[in-house]
Design a binder for this molecule. Structure first.
Ligand SMILES: Cc1cc2nc3c(=O)[nH]c(=O)nc-3n(C[C@H](O)[C@H](O)[C@H](O)COP(=O)(O)OP(=O)(O)OC[C@H]3O[C@@H](n4cnc5c(N)ncnc54)[C@H](O)[C@@H]3O)c2cc1C
Length: 470
């Protein structure tokens, strides 16, 4: 099914002028935010390459968590926070390796961004106050009510659809960038599935095509530690922005950074929210042992789970945790698909997991002791409470969600070449470098959508301004 909104502008009409002000590739969070921010001041052509994007872009698959330090929702909830405190948390989680200028720009814009999403884009955000995400020193994740990326994406798409200045064409991929032969990008080549190509000129091009996690060769090259993991992200994240950017000499940065996840339910293939852990649950391997401080973060636990026997683990928690997690659409799907198994006592848990009784019982005893407060042998101090029978158990594996490295950008989302902006070229979301430093453990909950929506917003505004200046 193809989809075109608004009559495509007569791109050849105005002699000497570009066909459109801003050409945006990719209709996930980054591209939609860029389109909304650029219009109505600028004419926008938004092209989307994947006809399944409403079901299969990363934004749709996400849980819609958008962090902001110092938002009005936090003020109403009496939570003292600021962009500076958020930045400190980002730098701490990445051991100081996150791109500081990008992290500064995103943490600074975040309060205005969530307000803009609610007020201008009509995204019904609320502050998540029922539990804490690893690495965030205060409660600062904002999400839609059902904590589902599909709802977030739908709201953004509806908002863009209402803006007359935006033309949307799908399926249409951009396959190349146009340049003026000197240093500027002047448009892009847009291709339809039948292979027809059109060169579209623009004052600015925004690459919002996500990263390269669906490209197995690139994953093997840049992320060897996670190359054999289940891939749980969007099918069209094939690295187009990197390929296009490299052709014009763009900087590529932190390609070893990614978001993993330690709890995808198998064989159902449904995300088991890490809220299970943050409410007091644990991960236990097939031998009945815990194997780390789960409260450090879900991203780093992707490869930790894969390193366990058969590459699996069991998430074990209780009915109180179960109740607290039901606000997540993904969790309700875990229940509906039968991923969540209930055990009246340790013996039934042994039957479900196949773990040796002695080891499992010892693990549960130790949780009951430490759960009352204090640390454990892994240094986990995060124990809201102990676990009590009946237990719930979900078989999980580690997965790759998305990449966090990409085109080097500055704090205005301008793509860099040798550290200097390439005129006319922007990148946002997974197409651009994120703020997660290196590897998997720098990823802080919400880094993905913040980089998508935040850089998209900044890119859209700056790209619209380009049309005035150039
Ligand atoms: C299961 C899961 C849960 C997650 N939960 C969260 C969360 O709660 N919070 C958070 O911050 N992050 C989360 N993330 C990460 C987050 O989803 C991504 O970081 C974010 O959605 C990236 O947005 P994007 O717009 O860059 O990419 P996408 O949403 O993937 O959009 C990119 C679009 O570009 C299109 N495209 C690709 N190539 C081309 C081309 N050449 N021409 C035209 N179009 C093209 C694609 O088809 C796609 O529609 C999660 C990820 C997963 C997989």
């Amino acid at each position: 099914m193809s989809d075109v909104w608004a009559a495509a502008p007569d791109r050849r009409a105005a002699g000497g002028r570009p066909d459109v002000d801003v050409l945006i590739a990719g209709a996930g969070a980054a591209g939609l935010a860029a389109a909304l921010a650029a219009a109505p001041d600028a004419s926008v052509l938004l092209v989307e390459g994947n006809r399944n994007f409403r079901r299969a872009c990363n934004t749709v698959l996400s849980t819609s968590m958008i962090p902001a330090g110092g938002s009005r929702w936090q003020r109403s909830a009496g939570i003292a926070d600021s962009p500076e405190r958020f930045l400190t948390d980002v730098m701490a989680k990445t051991h100081g390796t996150a791109r500081r200028d990008v992290a500064e720009a995103l943490t600074r814009v975040a309060p205005a961004l969530v307000a803009w999403l609610a007020d201008t884009a009509g995204v019904a955000l609320e502050l998540v106050t029922d539990f804490d995400y690893p690495g965030h020193s205060v409660r600062r994740c904002h999400a839609v009510r059902d904590r589902s990326g599909a709802s977030l994406h739908r709201a953004l798409l509806d908002a863009v659809r209402k803006v007359p200045a935006v033309t949307f064409e799908m399926p249409c991929r951009i396959t190349d960038l146009l340049t003026d032969g000197a240093d500027s990008v002047t448009g892009a080549v847009v291709q339809t599935p039948d292979g027809a190509q059109e060169a579209v000129t623009a004052h600015a091009v925004v690459l919002a095509t996500n990263g390269f996690a669906a490209n197995r060769e690139m994953v093997a090259e840049h992320l060897p530690e996670i190359r054999n993991a289940l891939y749980f992200g969007g099918e069209a994240s094939t690295g187009d922005a990197l390929r296009l950017g490299e052709r014009v000499g763009a900087d590529v940065v932190d390609l070893d950074a990614y978001q993993g996840h330690g709890s995808v339910a198998v064989p159902q293939g449904v995300l088991l929210t890490w809220a299970t852990v943050m409410h007091g649950g644990v991960l236990v391997n097939a031998r009945g042992h815990r194997f780390g401080d789960e409260s450090r973060g879900y991203s780093e636990f992707g490869q930790v789970v894969l390193a366990q026997p058969d590459g699996i683990a069991w998430a074990v928690y209780d009915t109180a945790v179960d109740r607290l997690c039901r606000s997540f659409a993904d969790y309700r799907l875990c229940l509906e698909t039968g991923a969540v198994r209930q055990a009246r006592d340790v013996d039934e848990l042994v039957t479900i997991t196949g773990a040796p009784r002695e080891a499992l019982a010892a693990t549960l005893d130790s949780i009951a002791r430490t759960g009352a407060g204090g640390g454990d042998e892994f240094g986990r101090t995060w124990w809201p409470r102990g676990l009590e029978a009946p237990y719930l158990a979900v078989k999980v594996t580690g997965a790759l969600f998305h990449t966090q490295g990409g085109l080097g950008v500055d704090g205005h989302a301008r793509v860099l070449r040798g550290g200097r902006p390439i005129p006319g070229l922007y990148a946002a979301g997974g197409a651009a470098v994120g703020i997660s430093g290196h590897g998997a453990d720098g990823y802080l909950a919400g880094n993905g959508l913040l980089a998508a929506l935040g850089l998209g917003y900044l890119a859209g505004r700056a790209a619209a301004a380009d049309r005035v200046q150039r």
